[in-house]
Design a protein around this ligand. Structure first.
Ligand code: UTP
Length: 633
């Protein structure tokens, strides 16, 4: 087959010329483009036509696929990569010459009157909210073999992250009188298992068409500074190495899938983005939605206080030399030199609050949908990329392993027109807003030893109990504890009473206050309280010691199911008695707990010994729960 490349001396790939007869017109166009971009090595190992043709076809199909799934195709990818690799080698700071300052935003105390007012406004505005969960990440740091959204949030109820998120959205939708949509971005690594998890659990009561899965594609890896695509070293196969492109893909997918436009057409006003393993997000998100409404923000980043130089991104306003401003996440290692070079020779330092004035980005965003869709139509949702090669040495000429271009969802505001309203919502109490599961036990222990948050399955579970206990305390309950604990080499942990409830019971402060007469509630330090009944009401309760599950008449949650199966010693029997004794049925499905005093053997959060056999979910926490006895209502 004739080709433009054949007429250009020096562009013929060694192996490709002997295989031209195998190429369709579409293949040839792509192959020629790649040869022009210096990618002849991709075909150099090809034997003549007739040999290993299936393997060649596989490579061609893969290249066509990679070409189709990148805006501008593989050629654009290689050109972008060459520029970014050059800048990386030269150490170019993308924000060079910009002057950083603290943007406008709200700093809120969790549970304060102001917080609760904003939360009320956010819950009211939730009728206009669509939700987006980015869940395509590999979770390499955690090293869990399953998908992260299937992990239990905590061991008391056993609810998993996806269940918790969906039930929050269902609870907000019930208040709004409308099904609120959820899009979940998956990847080849997570798609099938996410779909199966949803189906196996009948979407936890959501309707299937309320949830849309959008799958991101991987991008080609690069083996050197010239952006040569990296081939897999695999006997008998011709294949390009690929890796995830980052969560920034979500914007392009919301555009190409038509979802963002659809939501806009259905009258939704806000779109909220969140991550796979931060159980606390919905403790803070409604207030952030309230802030977006109050300030009419185009972009609002949920954030937490960060110590100066702490290794999380900072929400920063940058003024360019030409006077343009943007408010954006700036990585900590870029912020400090920028400050030193401009406004503060000391760099990023704590102020009298003992924190940096620049809030810490936790990648939970509330975007105004009309602004968002307008931007998607302007640039197709293509987000500025970066590259982060691990070089072999200071000469920066070779990589330890192949790299790839990446993009981040929080970089969306980079392209916003001047005058856009970009702000933040800080929740001053980190324990109430951000506690993700990111690190393996060994890495978590090292982080903990260095005085940093461990962001582990252990800390996420314990923080969940702490937040819930403190909410009850702030409403007037007496909650004892916490008890000291050590798990997985993390010392100085605080084990609060294991209090947890479904979002269908309470998804905001006002719900909790209305359903729990907190001043009549006392919870002992060594106890667990699991509320699975959406219609439970607690008028007075003394949980001296032990475990109490309030199940109600609805379908049993994981904790109650376990008890009913008799997996927990004394569970079902005690449960039956307790139901007769102490719970009165109120209105439909209502369970009223009044004058109830509970004391039983309870549940023990037992630290795992070294080499003790256990489930992976227990291993990453460093404990297993021994259920000696409980009361089930
Ligand atoms: P993380 O920073 O937790 O990264 O992603 P990760 O890829 O999941 O885990 P490591 O780095 O391999 O350990 C933050 C959020 O972005 C999603 C993740 O699923 C998580 O919710 N994400 C990340 C994607 O959806 N796609 C990606 O390509 C990367």
């Amino acid at each position: 087959m004739a080709s433009a490349v054949q007429d250009k001396p020096g562009l013929q790939g060694a192996g490709i010329d002997a295989n031209r007869s195998l190429l369709s017109e579409q293949d040839a166009a792509l192959v020629d483009a790649l040869l022009e971009e210096g990618q002849a090595h991709l075909f150099a190992g090809w034997p003549p036509a007739g040999e290993a043709d299936d393997a060649k076809r596989k490579l061609l199909d893969q290249l066509l696929h990679l070409d189709k799934n990148y805006a501008g195709g593989l050629r654009a990818y290689i050109k972008n990569a060459r520029k970014l690799l050059h800048d990386s080698k030269e150490g170019v700071n993308p924000f060079e010459g910009c002057v950083p300052s603290v943007p406008e935003g709200e700093k809120l105390d969790f549970g304060s009157e102001h917080f609760r007012e904003l939360e009320r406004a956010g819950v009211a505005a939730a009728a206009g909210c669509a939700f987006v969960l980015v869940a395509g990440g590999l979770g390499e740091r955690l090293g869990y073999s399953g998908i992260k959204v299937a992990l239990p949030v905590e061991s008391a109820s056993g609810q998993c992250f996806l269940e918790l998120y969906l039930k929050h959205i269902l609870a907000l939708g019930a208040k709004a009188g409308r099904a609120l949509p959820l899009a979940i971005m998956t990847s080849d690594d997570t798609h099938a298992r996410t779909e199966a998890l949803l189906k196996d659990n009948a979407y936890w009561g959501a309707s299937a068409n309320q949830i849309t899965l959008i799958k991101q594609e991987k991008v080609a890896c690069l083996s050197d500074n010239d952006a040569h695509l990296a081939l897999l070293d695999k006997e008998g196969a011709f294949e390009v190495q690929t890796k995830p492109h980052g969560h920034g893909d979500v914007h392009m997918l919301l555009h190409t899938s038509g979802l963002a436009d659809k939501w806009q057409g259905e009258g939704f006003k806000w779109v909220c983005f969140f991550q796979d393993t931060n159980a606390l997000v919905f403790r803070a998100l409604p207030a952030a939605i309230g802030v977006s409404v109050a300030h009419d923000y185009d972009v609002n980043s949920l954030a937490v206080p960060r110590k100066a130089k702490e290794s999380i991104g900072a929400i920063t306003r940058l003024t360019h030399p030409d006077g343009r401003t943007i408010t954006i996440n700036v990585e900590y290692n870029q912020l400090d030199p920028l400050l030193r070079a401009t406004t503060n020779p000391a760099g990023d330092v704590n102020d009298d609050t003992h924190y940096s004035p620049f809030p810490g980005n936790i990648n939970q965003l509330v975007l105004k949908l009309s602004t968002y869709t307008a931007e998607l139509h302007r640039h197709g949702g293509v987000i500025a990329e970066f590259v982060n090669p691990k070089y072999t040495d200071a000469s920066k000429t070779t990589f330890k392993s192949s790299t790839r271009l990446e993009c981040m969802m929080q970089d969306f505001p980079k392209n916003l027109p001047e005058g856009s309203k970009v702000g933040f919502t800080v929740v001053n109490q980190v324990w109430a807003a951000y506690s993700p599961v990111k690190n393996s036990p060994a890495d978590a222990a090292a982080k903990g030893a260095g005085g940093n948050p461990s962001h582990s399955a252990t800390s996420a579970e314990l923080d969940w109990y702490e937040t819930n206990c403190k909410m009850l305390q702030m409403l007037g309950a007496t909650v004892d504890g916490p008890l000291p604990a050590q798990f997985n080499g993390l010392n100085d942990l605080q084990l609060w009473p294991r209090v947890t409830w479904t979002p269908l019971f309470a998804c905001c402060w006002d719900d909790l206050e209305a359903k729990v007469a907190a001043e009549n509630v006392r919870i002992g330090a060594d106890s667990a309280l699991v509320i699975e009944a959406p219609q439970a009401r607690i008028k007075s309760l003394e949980l001296k010691r032990g475990a109490l599950i309030i199940r109600g008449s609805g379908p049993a949650g994981p904790a109650a199911r376990r008890a009913a199966r008799g997996e927990d010693a004394a569970g079902a029997e005690e449960g039956a008695k307790a139901g007769a004794e102490s719970a009165a049925a109120g209105g439909e499905g209502e369970v009223v707990v009044e004058d109830l005093s509970v004391e039983n053997e309870g549940w023990e959060w037992a630290a795992l010994g070294p080499d003790e056999g256990c489930a992976e979910e227990e291993y990453i926490r460093g404990f297993r729960v021994l259920r000696h006895g409980q009361k089930v209502i």
